[in-house]
Design a protein around this ligand. Sequence first.
Ligand code: ZN
Length: 208
Amino acid sequence: MLLIFGLRVFYRAVGQGMFHCQRCGGDREYRHRAGRRWFTLFFIPVIPLNHVGEHVQCTICGTRYRMDVLSLPTTAQMQEALPDGMRAAAIAMLRAGGGSSAAARRRAMDAIKGAGVADYDDVALDADLSAAVMSAPPDLAGPLNRVAIQLAVPAREWFLAEVVRIGLADGMLSDDERHAAREVAAQLGMTPAQARGVISMTEEGASA
Ligand SMILES: [Zn+2]
């Protein structure tokens, strides 16, 4: 009797989700697959051997990627990053100014609508403000780091100027508001010197 034996790698799915497939050029479903080498007898796996690594595979085009492809944002996440980031920064600035000035609130709503949340209103603003009070200190790092990945330097400066104008809506920046602006700048990856430049230019523009 002829024995046919060999070694073969079998993969099994250990997870799934959505990711941005570079081959397809869009958000696709993936399978997270882990491989294991088997000793086979008559092409049937009989003895499990070593693990041989894992990968992410696009379910549409079949392309395999290293696991770190999952750290890249999907298109949907990128589209959410700007409104989410502006919302977090505008709320932080409003809080720093006390949150009750009608002019500052209007300015914040305009900034958030301008960043893509078309139906943002007073109710949403109050909800965001009270949520921000609950979670002290506010989480600026997460939403702003995600924005910073996508914004070139001039766009970061525009973003910061928008936030500073919220603080300026009811008069000069207070120390707390200035601190909030610097924190936003730092989380956007700007240097303290860049931040000072944008803040003072925006202040001059507001008083002119
Ligand atoms: Zn694909």
